[in-house]
Ligand binder design. Sequence first.
Ligand code: ZN
Length: 345
Amino acid sequence: MINTRTASNIQSDMDWLHRIPKAELHLHLEGAIPLDTLWELIIKYGGDKSVPDQASLKSRLTYSNFPAFIEAWVWKNNFIRAYDDFLFIAEAIAKDLVRQNIIYAEVFFSPSRFTENTPMTTAGIAEAIRAGLNKVSECEIWLVPDLVRDHGPDNASRTLDEIAELKSFGIVGIGAGGSEHLYPPEPFSRVYEKARRLGFKTSIHAGEAAGAESVRGAVEFLRVDRIGHATRAEEDPELLDLLFETGTALELCPLSNIATGSIDDIMNHPVRRYFNKGLDISINTDDPGMFHNSMAEEYALLIHKFDFKRSEIKKLILNAVQSSWRPDKIGPSLIEKFTNNNNWA
Ligand SMILES: [Zn+2]
């Protein structure tokens, strides 16, 4: 039985976590679609027999393992067919970020998953997303195209050439998600080198599905600024030292790791160990439209399962701000915007 004092503390934590300013660095546009927005798209395209009503959508987006998650990811993308859909999704996601008091975000989108199956172009998709984001002013959002490792280095290089012309839509870096086991980082080293020359920051998913070797490959061959997940990096203790020495920022997504089964038990998650070692970690939701998680719930988990203090939560949020890719010329400084916020008390 929950005693009332504990329940009251939990509510107090949730109130605080809701109102403080937050930042999100690892969020996929196509995985962040609010359920009511996705439902509107499904209806727009004639419905789907696997979801007879809106209430069944949440269970359709529940998984017992990583392949089941990927199946659902591909299924859901079938309802994004036109530029207007991207605009519609982007506006809904920006509003959802504002509702959570997330005031800064960097958002992945995966154009090549759509340019191969529809007449849409990378430029058109980026323009539509930016138009949707611009309808909401309270959250500052930058874009990070996902080069999608499953399409190989040549395709990634072509996508990179396209996005090099699209910086005016607020593109600040590149990422690469997809099948870590089948597509390790090393063959992408020239693509990442070229991205750096073009002035982009770099990230890659590693150590989520594949082991520590994928994280080492990302650091040594791609020389990335940030790594998505890296939960399995601790399988190689010397690699943790390397991450510390290089200052590589890690975008952790604890509730995502549970939802996909990539971590079997939340108590095995390395978040506390990484924090205590002084690694540069941030906390993120990854695909909240598919995992039904919020940023406040991510931090609540850290408080209640890993005994994080509020001062440590604030440090995690400021970590995210400091490892953000916001261009320097933009003012006033982002860190001041966060630290001067009145809602920390
Ligand atoms: Zn991700």
